[in-house]
Design a protein around this ligand. Sequence first.
Ligand code: FAD
Length: 434
Amino acid sequence: TCAIEPHATVSDTCASYATLDALNDEVRPILTSITQDTDFFSYYRLNLFNKICPFWQDETSLCGNIACAVNTIDSQEDLPPIWRIEELGKLEGPHAGHPGRRQQQERPKQKPLQGGLGEDVGESCVVEYDDECDERDYCVPEDEGAAAKGDYVSLVDNPERFTGYAGLGAHQVWDAIYRENCFVKPSSSPSSQLAPLQGLQVQAANNFRSVLHKELPQLDDECLEKRVFHRIISGMHASISTHLCWEYLNQTTDEWGPNVQCYKDRLHKHPERISNLYFNYALVARAVAKLQKHLQHYNFCSFDPDQDLETKNKVLALTEQLHNRPQIFDEAVMFQDEHSIELKEDFRNRFRNVSRLMDCVGCDKCRLWGKLQVNGYGTALKVLFEYDETKNGENPLLRRTELVALVNTLARISKSIAAVRRFREAVQAGNDQI
Ligand code: FAD
Protein backbone atom coordinates (compact mmCIF):
# COMPACT_ATOMS: atom_id res chain seq x y z
CA THR A 1 0.00 0.00 0.00
CA CYS A 2 2.44 2.66 1.08
CA ALA A 3 4.82 1.50 -1.60
CA ILE A 4 2.16 2.06 -4.19
CA GLU A 5 1.17 5.50 -2.95
CA PRO A 6 3.78 7.86 -4.43
CA HIS A 7 3.41 10.52 -1.75
CA ALA A 8 3.99 8.15 1.12
CA THR A 9 7.22 8.67 3.02
CA VAL A 10 9.93 6.05 3.09
CA SER A 11 10.27 5.61 6.84
CA ASP A 12 13.76 6.12 8.34
CA THR A 13 14.57 8.52 5.50
CA CYS A 14 13.69 12.14 4.89
CA ALA A 15 12.09 11.47 1.52
CA SER A 16 8.93 10.25 -0.16
CA TYR A 17 8.66 7.81 -3.03
CA ALA A 18 7.81 10.74 -5.31
CA THR A 19 10.96 12.64 -4.25
CA LEU A 20 13.16 9.62 -4.82
CA ASP A 21 11.49 8.85 -8.16
CA ALA A 22 12.09 12.43 -9.28
CA LEU A 23 15.71 12.30 -8.13
CA ASN A 24 16.16 9.01 -9.91
CA ASP A 25 14.77 10.41 -13.18
CA GLU A 26 17.33 13.16 -12.93
CA VAL A 27 20.44 11.13 -12.12
CA ARG A 28 19.73 7.94 -14.06
CA PRO A 29 21.19 9.09 -17.41
CA ILE A 30 24.53 10.14 -15.91
CA LEU A 31 24.65 7.07 -13.70
CA THR A 32 24.03 4.82 -16.69
CA SER A 33 26.68 6.58 -18.69
CA ILE A 34 29.24 6.25 -15.87
CA THR A 35 28.63 2.54 -15.37
CA GLN A 36 28.24 1.56 -19.02
CA ASP A 37 30.66 3.83 -20.88
CA THR A 38 33.72 4.29 -18.69
CA ASP A 39 36.45 1.68 -18.24
CA PHE A 40 36.97 2.71 -14.65
CA PHE A 41 33.44 1.81 -13.61
CA SER A 42 32.60 -1.01 -16.02
CA TYR A 43 35.32 -3.41 -14.87
CA TYR A 44 35.31 -4.89 -11.42
CA ARG A 45 38.20 -6.77 -9.95
CA LEU A 46 37.30 -9.54 -7.54
CA ASN A 47 38.20 -12.97 -6.37
CA LEU A 48 35.31 -14.87 -7.85
CA PHE A 49 36.60 -18.42 -8.10
CA ASN A 50 39.43 -18.88 -5.64
CA LYS A 51 37.57 -18.52 -2.38
CA ILE A 52 35.62 -21.25 -0.71
CA CYS A 53 32.45 -20.82 1.27
CA PRO A 54 33.70 -20.46 4.85
CA PHE A 55 30.44 -21.56 6.48
CA TRP A 56 29.37 -24.80 4.87
CA GLN A 57 30.45 -27.20 2.16
CA ASP A 58 27.98 -27.94 -0.58
CA GLU A 59 28.76 -31.54 -1.39
CA THR A 60 30.49 -32.82 1.70
CA SER A 61 28.22 -31.19 4.22
CA LEU A 62 28.40 -32.86 7.60
CA CYS A 63 24.88 -31.81 8.40
CA GLY A 64 22.20 -34.48 7.96
CA ASN A 65 19.28 -32.09 7.84
CA ILE A 66 17.62 -31.62 4.47
CA ALA A 67 18.19 -27.89 4.80
CA CYS A 68 21.92 -28.43 4.66
CA ALA A 69 21.79 -30.87 1.78
CA VAL A 70 22.38 -28.32 -0.91
CA ASN A 71 22.16 -30.01 -4.25
CA THR A 72 21.18 -27.59 -6.93
CA ILE A 73 22.59 -29.82 -9.66
CA ASP A 74 19.91 -32.51 -9.28
CA SER A 75 17.05 -30.13 -9.73
CA GLN A 76 18.92 -28.34 -12.50
CA GLU A 77 18.91 -31.50 -14.55
CA ASP A 78 15.15 -31.45 -14.61
CA LEU A 79 15.24 -28.16 -16.47
CA PRO A 80 15.77 -27.60 -20.17
CA PRO A 81 19.47 -26.89 -20.82
CA ILE A 82 18.95 -23.22 -21.54
CA TRP A 83 17.56 -22.76 -18.03
CA ARG A 84 20.47 -24.35 -16.29
CA ILE A 85 22.65 -22.26 -14.07
CA GLU A 86 25.74 -23.40 -15.90
CA GLU A 87 24.38 -21.79 -19.05
CA LEU A 88 22.54 -18.80 -17.69
CA GLY A 89 24.79 -18.11 -14.74
CA LYS A 90 28.10 -18.35 -16.52
CA LEU A 91 30.21 -15.33 -17.16
CA GLU A 92 30.56 -13.85 -20.60
CA GLY A 93 33.40 -11.95 -22.13
CA PRO A 94 37.07 -11.74 -21.31
CA HIS A 95 36.51 -11.78 -17.59
CA ALA A 96 40.02 -12.89 -16.81
CA GLY A 97 41.57 -10.31 -19.06
CA HIS A 98 42.44 -6.81 -18.05
CA PRO A 99 40.93 -3.67 -19.50
CA GLY A 100 43.95 -2.83 -21.57
CA ARG A 101 43.82 -6.05 -23.53
CA ARG A 102 40.10 -5.75 -24.14
CA GLN A 103 40.49 -2.23 -25.37
CA GLN A 104 43.18 -3.18 -27.81
CA GLN A 105 41.18 -6.08 -29.20
CA GLU A 106 37.66 -4.77 -29.18
CA ARG A 107 37.82 -1.02 -29.09
CA PRO A 108 40.52 -0.18 -31.62
CA LYS A 109 39.33 3.40 -32.02
CA GLN A 110 40.03 4.25 -28.42
CA LYS A 111 43.47 4.82 -27.07
CA PRO A 112 44.67 1.59 -25.44
CA LEU A 113 45.46 1.63 -21.76
CA GLN A 114 49.14 1.75 -21.07
CA GLY A 115 51.35 1.27 -18.09
CA GLY A 116 50.59 -0.48 -14.87
CA LEU A 117 47.48 -2.52 -15.57
CA GLY A 118 49.27 -5.55 -17.04
CA GLU A 119 49.77 -8.82 -15.20
CA ASP A 120 53.52 -8.46 -15.23
CA VAL A 121 53.54 -4.83 -14.17
CA GLY A 122 51.22 -4.90 -11.17
CA GLU A 123 48.27 -2.74 -10.41
CA SER A 124 47.91 0.87 -11.36
CA CYS A 125 48.06 3.67 -8.89
CA VAL A 126 44.35 3.48 -8.16
CA VAL A 127 44.49 0.03 -6.63
CA GLU A 128 47.90 -0.19 -5.04
CA TYR A 129 46.46 -0.22 -1.53
CA ASP A 130 43.78 -2.83 -2.20
CA ASP A 131 45.27 -5.40 0.13
CA GLU A 132 45.15 -3.25 3.19
CA CYS A 133 42.27 -3.89 5.50
CA ASP A 134 41.05 -0.98 7.54
CA GLU A 135 39.25 -1.63 10.80
CA ARG A 136 36.61 0.82 9.65
CA ASP A 137 35.67 -1.37 6.68
CA TYR A 138 32.20 -2.90 6.59
CA CYS A 139 33.21 -5.48 4.04
CA VAL A 140 35.92 -8.03 3.56
CA PRO A 141 38.22 -6.53 0.93
CA GLU A 142 37.95 -8.49 -2.25
CA ASP A 143 41.61 -9.41 -2.22
CA GLU A 144 41.68 -10.65 1.34
CA GLY A 145 44.04 -13.56 1.85
CA ALA A 146 44.69 -14.10 -1.81
CA ALA A 147 48.10 -13.98 -3.33
CA ALA A 148 46.55 -13.30 -6.72
CA LYS A 149 44.86 -10.03 -7.31
CA GLY A 150 41.65 -11.56 -8.60
CA ASP A 151 40.04 -11.36 -12.02
CA TYR A 152 38.72 -8.42 -13.91
CA VAL A 153 35.12 -8.92 -14.86
CA SER A 154 33.23 -6.83 -17.36
CA LEU A 155 30.03 -5.70 -15.70
CA VAL A 156 28.62 -4.62 -19.05
CA ASP A 157 29.10 -8.07 -20.60
CA ASN A 158 27.56 -9.80 -17.58
CA PRO A 159 24.24 -8.12 -16.82
CA GLU A 160 22.43 -8.99 -13.64
CA ARG A 161 19.34 -10.93 -14.72
CA PHE A 162 17.49 -14.22 -14.40
CA THR A 163 19.88 -17.16 -14.08
CA GLY A 164 17.76 -20.02 -12.81
CA TYR A 165 19.73 -20.17 -9.54
CA ALA A 166 17.08 -21.19 -6.99
CA GLY A 167 16.07 -23.89 -4.56
CA LEU A 168 17.72 -24.89 -1.30
CA GLY A 169 21.15 -23.60 -2.25
CA ALA A 170 19.89 -20.04 -2.84
CA HIS A 171 17.55 -20.21 0.16
CA GLN A 172 20.33 -21.31 2.46
CA VAL A 173 22.36 -18.25 1.55
CA TRP A 174 19.43 -15.85 2.01
CA ASP A 175 18.54 -17.54 5.26
CA ALA A 176 22.05 -17.19 6.63
CA ILE A 177 22.16 -13.55 5.53
CA TYR A 178 18.88 -12.71 7.30
CA ARG A 179 20.03 -14.53 10.39
CA GLU A 180 22.85 -12.01 10.69
CA ASN A 181 20.15 -9.63 11.85
CA CYS A 182 20.06 -11.24 15.30
CA PHE A 183 22.00 -8.56 17.08
CA VAL A 184 23.43 -9.20 20.51
CA LYS A 185 22.15 -7.08 23.35
CA PRO A 186 24.63 -4.28 23.96
CA SER A 187 25.46 -5.60 27.42
CA SER A 188 26.64 -9.00 26.12
CA SER A 189 29.66 -9.72 24.00
CA PRO A 190 29.95 -7.36 21.04
CA SER A 191 31.79 -9.91 18.95
CA SER A 192 29.57 -11.40 16.33
CA GLN A 193 31.91 -13.32 14.11
CA LEU A 194 30.04 -16.32 12.79
CA ALA A 195 31.57 -19.63 13.61
CA PRO A 196 32.69 -21.00 10.30
CA LEU A 197 31.42 -24.32 8.95
CA GLN A 198 30.05 -26.58 11.61
CA GLY A 199 28.58 -23.98 13.95
CA LEU A 200 26.60 -22.36 11.25
CA GLN A 201 25.54 -25.64 9.72
CA VAL A 202 23.91 -26.73 12.90
CA GLN A 203 22.27 -23.35 13.28
CA ALA A 204 21.19 -23.46 9.67
CA ALA A 205 19.63 -26.87 10.16
CA ASN A 206 17.69 -25.76 13.19
CA ASN A 207 16.57 -22.41 11.96
CA PHE A 208 16.26 -22.86 8.26
CA ARG A 209 12.55 -23.06 7.79
CA SER A 210 11.40 -20.95 10.69
CA VAL A 211 13.65 -18.02 9.85
CA LEU A 212 12.91 -17.98 6.17
CA HIS A 213 9.24 -17.49 6.65
CA LYS A 214 9.50 -15.02 9.47
CA GLU A 215 10.17 -12.29 7.01
CA LEU A 216 10.15 -9.21 9.14
CA PRO A 217 10.37 -9.88 12.85
CA GLN A 218 8.67 -7.47 15.24
CA LEU A 219 10.35 -4.21 14.48
CA ASP A 220 8.57 -1.94 16.91
CA ASP A 221 10.81 -2.66 19.84
CA GLU A 222 13.95 -2.89 17.76
CA CYS A 223 16.63 -0.29 17.73
CA LEU A 224 17.03 1.81 14.63
CA GLU A 225 20.36 0.21 13.77
CA LYS A 226 18.95 -3.30 13.70
CA ARG A 227 16.05 -2.15 11.58
CA VAL A 228 18.43 -0.44 9.18
CA PHE A 229 20.49 -3.63 8.87
CA HIS A 230 17.37 -5.61 7.97
CA ARG A 231 16.20 -2.99 5.51
CA ILE A 232 19.54 -2.95 3.68
CA ILE A 233 19.50 -6.73 3.23
CA SER A 234 15.85 -6.88 2.28
CA GLY A 235 16.25 -3.93 -0.10
CA MET A 236 19.23 -5.63 -1.76
CA HIS A 237 17.19 -8.83 -2.06
CA ALA A 238 14.32 -6.80 -3.56
CA SER A 239 16.68 -5.25 -6.09
CA ILE A 240 18.03 -8.65 -7.14
CA SER A 241 14.45 -9.93 -7.47
CA THR A 242 13.51 -6.89 -9.57
CA HIS A 243 16.41 -7.46 -11.91
CA LEU A 244 15.61 -11.09 -12.43
CA CYS A 245 11.93 -10.28 -13.04
CA TRP A 246 12.79 -7.43 -15.40
CA GLU A 247 15.16 -9.53 -17.47
CA TYR A 248 13.45 -12.88 -17.30
CA LEU A 249 13.76 -15.71 -19.79
CA ASN A 250 10.46 -16.72 -21.34
CA GLN A 251 10.81 -20.46 -21.70
CA THR A 252 8.24 -20.73 -24.45
CA THR A 253 9.60 -18.04 -26.75
CA ASP A 254 13.24 -18.11 -25.56
CA GLU A 255 13.04 -14.34 -25.29
CA TRP A 256 14.26 -12.13 -22.51
CA GLY A 257 11.90 -9.55 -21.08
CA PRO A 258 9.90 -8.31 -18.10
CA ASN A 259 7.78 -10.87 -16.28
CA VAL A 260 4.86 -9.13 -14.56
CA GLN A 261 3.77 -12.21 -12.62
CA CYS A 262 7.29 -12.57 -11.22
CA TYR A 263 7.07 -8.94 -10.04
CA LYS A 264 3.64 -9.48 -8.51
CA ASP A 265 4.78 -12.54 -6.56
CA ARG A 266 8.11 -11.26 -5.34
CA LEU A 267 7.49 -7.55 -4.90
CA HIS A 268 4.01 -6.16 -5.44
CA LYS A 269 2.46 -8.43 -2.83
CA HIS A 270 5.16 -7.35 -0.38
CA PRO A 271 5.14 -3.54 -0.23
CA GLU A 272 7.66 -3.52 2.60
CA ARG A 273 10.23 -5.00 0.18
CA ILE A 274 9.63 -2.11 -2.22
CA SER A 275 9.89 0.29 0.68
CA ASN A 276 13.26 -1.24 1.57
CA LEU A 277 14.40 -0.84 -2.02
CA TYR A 278 13.63 2.90 -1.88
CA PHE A 279 15.26 3.06 1.54
CA ASN A 280 18.46 1.66 0.04
CA TYR A 281 18.29 4.18 -2.76
CA ALA A 282 18.19 7.02 -0.23
CA LEU A 283 21.01 5.51 1.82
CA VAL A 284 23.39 4.83 -1.07
CA ALA A 285 22.59 8.10 -2.85
CA ARG A 286 23.38 9.99 0.37
CA ALA A 287 26.72 8.15 0.63
CA VAL A 288 27.65 9.10 -2.94
CA ALA A 289 26.59 12.70 -2.27
CA LYS A 290 28.78 12.75 0.82
CA LEU A 291 31.81 11.95 -1.33
CA GLN A 292 31.43 15.11 -3.36
CA LYS A 293 34.44 16.86 -1.86
CA HIS A 294 36.55 13.69 -1.57
CA LEU A 295 36.13 12.82 -5.25
CA GLN A 296 37.24 16.23 -6.43
CA HIS A 297 40.78 15.12 -5.62
CA TYR A 298 40.36 11.49 -6.60
CA ASN A 299 42.69 10.07 -9.22
CA PHE A 300 40.69 8.19 -11.86
CA CYS A 301 43.83 6.60 -13.05
CA SER A 302 43.47 4.38 -16.11
CA PHE A 303 46.41 5.84 -18.03
CA ASP A 304 44.20 7.37 -20.68
CA PRO A 305 44.12 11.01 -19.56
CA ASP A 306 41.26 11.94 -21.89
CA GLN A 307 39.03 9.18 -20.61
CA ASP A 308 40.09 9.83 -17.03
CA LEU A 309 39.02 13.45 -17.30
CA GLU A 310 35.72 12.47 -18.89
CA THR A 311 35.10 9.92 -16.13
CA LYS A 312 35.91 12.44 -13.43
CA ASN A 313 33.62 15.07 -14.95
CA LYS A 314 30.76 12.59 -15.07
CA VAL A 315 31.31 11.49 -11.48
CA LEU A 316 31.49 15.06 -10.24
CA ALA A 317 28.31 15.90 -12.14
CA LEU A 318 26.62 12.97 -10.39
CA THR A 319 27.81 13.90 -6.91
CA GLU A 320 26.79 17.50 -7.49
CA GLN A 321 23.29 16.49 -8.58
CA LEU A 322 22.94 14.36 -5.49
CA HIS A 323 24.51 16.88 -3.15
CA ASN A 324 22.68 20.03 -4.20
CA ARG A 325 19.31 19.12 -2.79
CA PRO A 326 17.73 18.59 0.59
CA GLN A 327 19.31 15.68 2.44
CA ILE A 328 17.38 12.46 1.84
CA PHE A 329 18.97 10.30 4.52
CA ASP A 330 20.25 11.36 7.90
CA GLU A 331 22.97 9.04 9.13
CA ALA A 332 23.63 11.29 12.14
CA VAL A 333 20.68 9.77 14.02
CA MET A 334 22.31 6.34 14.12
CA PHE A 335 24.77 5.02 16.71
CA GLN A 336 23.98 7.80 19.13
CA ASP A 337 23.13 6.07 22.40
CA GLU A 338 25.44 4.94 25.19
CA HIS A 339 26.08 1.55 23.57
CA SER A 340 26.87 2.99 20.19
CA ILE A 341 30.48 1.81 20.01
CA GLU A 342 29.56 -1.82 20.72
CA LEU A 343 26.56 -1.63 18.46
CA LYS A 344 28.57 -0.21 15.60
CA GLU A 345 31.21 -2.92 16.00
CA ASP A 346 28.46 -5.55 15.98
CA PHE A 347 26.85 -3.98 12.92
CA ARG A 348 30.18 -3.93 11.10
CA ASN A 349 31.03 -7.54 11.98
CA ARG A 350 27.65 -8.73 10.82
CA PHE A 351 28.03 -6.92 7.56
CA ARG A 352 31.45 -8.53 7.09
CA ASN A 353 29.82 -11.93 7.60
CA VAL A 354 27.28 -11.11 4.91
CA SER A 355 30.21 -10.25 2.69
CA ARG A 356 31.86 -13.64 3.38
CA LEU A 357 28.56 -15.43 2.75
CA MET A 358 28.74 -14.30 -0.86
CA ASP A 359 31.36 -17.01 -1.43
CA CYS A 360 28.58 -19.53 -0.72
CA VAL A 361 26.50 -18.39 -3.71
CA GLY A 362 26.49 -21.25 -6.20
CA CYS A 363 26.14 -19.33 -9.47
CA ASP A 364 28.99 -17.29 -10.90
CA LYS A 365 26.96 -14.38 -12.18
CA CYS A 366 24.86 -14.18 -9.01
CA ARG A 367 28.04 -14.30 -6.93
CA LEU A 368 29.58 -11.53 -9.02
CA TRP A 369 26.63 -9.17 -8.52
CA GLY A 370 26.07 -10.32 -4.95
CA LYS A 371 29.68 -9.56 -4.04
CA LEU A 372 29.65 -6.26 -5.85
CA GLN A 373 26.47 -5.09 -4.15
CA VAL A 374 27.47 -6.19 -0.67
CA ASN A 375 30.73 -4.31 -1.20
CA GLY A 376 28.69 -1.34 -2.47
CA TYR A 377 26.49 -1.27 0.65
CA GLY A 378 29.52 -1.85 2.87
CA THR A 379 31.23 1.12 1.24
CA ALA A 380 28.09 3.23 1.65
CA LEU A 381 28.05 2.42 5.38
CA LYS A 382 31.75 3.18 5.68
CA VAL A 383 31.24 6.56 4.02
CA LEU A 384 28.13 7.34 6.07
CA PHE A 385 29.57 6.41 9.44
CA GLU A 386 33.32 6.86 9.10
CA TYR A 387 33.67 9.86 6.80
CA ASP A 388 33.61 13.46 7.80
CA GLU A 389 32.54 15.58 4.84
CA THR A 390 34.31 18.63 6.11
CA LYS A 391 37.72 16.99 6.33
CA ASN A 392 40.33 16.42 3.69
CA GLY A 393 42.88 13.65 3.84
CA GLU A 394 41.84 12.34 7.27
CA ASN A 395 39.11 10.03 6.07
CA PRO A 396 39.67 6.29 5.52
CA LEU A 397 41.02 5.20 2.16
CA LEU A 398 38.54 4.58 -0.57
CA ARG A 399 39.77 1.66 -2.66
CA ARG A 400 39.03 1.56 -6.34
CA THR A 401 36.96 -1.62 -5.90
CA GLU A 402 34.91 0.15 -3.23
CA LEU A 403 34.18 3.17 -5.37
CA VAL A 404 33.31 1.04 -8.39
CA ALA A 405 31.04 -1.12 -6.22
CA LEU A 406 29.36 1.88 -4.61
CA VAL A 407 28.50 3.62 -7.88
CA ASN A 408 27.41 0.39 -9.58
CA THR A 409 25.23 -0.48 -6.59
CA LEU A 410 23.51 2.88 -6.87
CA ALA A 411 23.04 2.20 -10.58
CA ARG A 412 21.49 -1.21 -9.75
CA ILE A 413 18.98 0.28 -7.31
CA SER A 414 18.29 3.10 -9.72
CA LYS A 415 17.44 0.60 -12.44
CA SER A 416 15.29 -1.38 -10.01
CA ILE A 417 13.31 1.69 -9.00
CA ALA A 418 12.68 2.57 -12.63
CA ALA A 419 11.63 -1.04 -13.34
CA VAL A 420 9.32 -1.20 -10.31
CA ARG A 421 7.56 1.94 -11.57
CA ARG A 422 6.98 0.34 -14.95
CA PHE A 423 5.80 -2.87 -13.35
CA ARG A 424 3.50 -0.97 -10.99
CA GLU A 425 1.92 0.94 -13.87
CA ALA A 426 1.32 -2.33 -15.71
CA VAL A 427 -0.33 -3.91 -12.67
CA GLN A 428 -2.48 -0.83 -12.09
CA ALA A 429 -3.55 -0.85 -15.74
CA GLY A 430 -4.39 -4.55 -15.45
CA ASN A 431 -1.73 -5.54 -18.01
CA ASP A 432 0.19 -8.74 -17.58
CA GLN A 433 2.77 -7.71 -20.14
CA ILE A 434 5.04 -4.73 -20.65
P1 FAD B 1 13.95 -16.10 -2.68
O1 FAD B 1 14.18 -14.81 -3.43
O2 FAD B 1 15.06 -17.09 -2.69
O3 FAD B 1 13.61 -15.70 -1.19
C1 FAD B 1 13.66 -16.65 -0.10
C2 FAD B 1 12.72 -16.17 0.99
O4 FAD B 1 13.18 -14.93 1.50
C3 FAD B 1 11.30 -15.91 0.51
O5 FAD B 1 10.53 -17.06 0.58
C4 FAD B 1 10.83 -14.84 1.46
O6 FAD B 1 10.36 -15.42 2.67
C5 FAD B 1 12.08 -14.07 1.77
N1 FAD B 1 12.22 -12.86 0.94
C6 FAD B 1 12.19 -12.76 -0.41
N2 FAD B 1 12.43 -11.50 -0.81
C7 FAD B 1 12.60 -10.80 0.31
C8 FAD B 1 12.87 -9.43 0.56
N3 FAD B 1 13.08 -8.56 -0.42
N4 FAD B 1 12.95 -9.02 1.85
C9 FAD B 1 12.81 -9.89 2.87
N5 FAD B 1 12.57 -11.20 2.69
C10 FAD B 1 12.46 -11.64 1.43
N6 FAD B 1 18.80 -15.38 -9.21
C11 FAD B 1 18.81 -14.91 -10.48
O7 FAD B 1 18.03 -15.38 -11.31
N7 FAD B 1 19.69 -13.92 -10.86
C12 FAD B 1 20.56 -13.36 -9.99
O8 FAD B 1 21.36 -12.50 -10.37
C13 FAD B 1 20.57 -13.85 -8.64
N8 FAD B 1 21.43 -13.34 -7.74
C14 FAD B 1 21.42 -13.85 -6.47
C15 FAD B 1 22.34 -13.33 -5.55
C16 FAD B 1 22.38 -13.84 -4.25
C17 FAD B 1 23.35 -13.27 -3.26
C18 FAD B 1 21.53 -14.91 -3.88
C19 FAD B 1 21.59 -15.50 -2.50
C20 FAD B 1 20.61 -15.41 -4.79
C21 FAD B 1 20.55 -14.87 -6.09
N9 FAD B 1 19.63 -15.35 -7.02
C22 FAD B 1 19.65 -14.87 -8.30
C23 FAD B 1 18.57 -16.30 -6.63
C24 FAD B 1 17.29 -15.51 -6.26
O9 FAD B 1 17.58 -14.46 -5.35
C25 FAD B 1 16.25 -16.41 -5.58
O10 FAD B 1 16.84 -17.06 -4.47
C26 FAD B 1 15.65 -17.45 -6.52
O11 FAD B 1 15.10 -16.80 -7.65
C27 FAD B 1 14.53 -18.24 -5.82
O12 FAD B 1 13.50 -17.36 -5.45
P2 FAD B 1 12.36 -17.70 -4.42
O13 FAD B 1 11.08 -17.25 -5.00
O14 FAD B 1 12.48 -19.12 -4.01
O15 FAD B 1 12.62 -16.77 -3.15
